[in-house]
Design a protein. Structure first.
Length: 119
């Protein structure tokens, strides 16, 4: 049977929409030339005077690419996996346990300061 590894991560699917609606747009300051006759310059050019921060607009291709990347990240975080029924084996099995120890075996004699080593 095919199942999803972490299905609760699907709750993160609408996260980009929540960020888009709840957080303000990122405004970047642009360098400008300050002139004392700015009002006259703006009136002659016909451009409306605005604040120095600009908000860049994303095109549909960039928005689609970001959405596709978000979906691929979530698909990588919750991969599908096969879940097989449990394997039940009835019968006797012999088990083998190999234990390694770094301590010396008990039949070796250790020397101590009070007892000299005998050879």
């Amino acid at each position: 049977m095919l199942s999803i590894a972490y299905p609760w991560l699907a709750l993160l699917l609408p996260a980009p929409l929540l960020v888009y609606w709840l957080l303000p747009a990122h405004a970047t300051r642009r360098p400008a030339v300050r002139v004392p006759f700015f009002a006259t310059l703006a009136r002659l050019s016909g451009a409306p005077a605005r604040a120095g921060a600009g908000i860049s607009r994303r095109g549909p291709w960039r928005r689609t690419a970001l959405l596709l990347c978000w979906l691929l990240v979530l698909a990588a975080l919750m991969p599908p996996q096969w879940v097989l029924p449990p394997c039940i084996r009835i019968g006797r099995r012999a088990t083998c346990c190999c234990c390694w120890s770094i301590s010396p075996p008990p039949w070796t004699r250790r020397t101590s300061p009070t007892r000299p080593a005998t050879r």
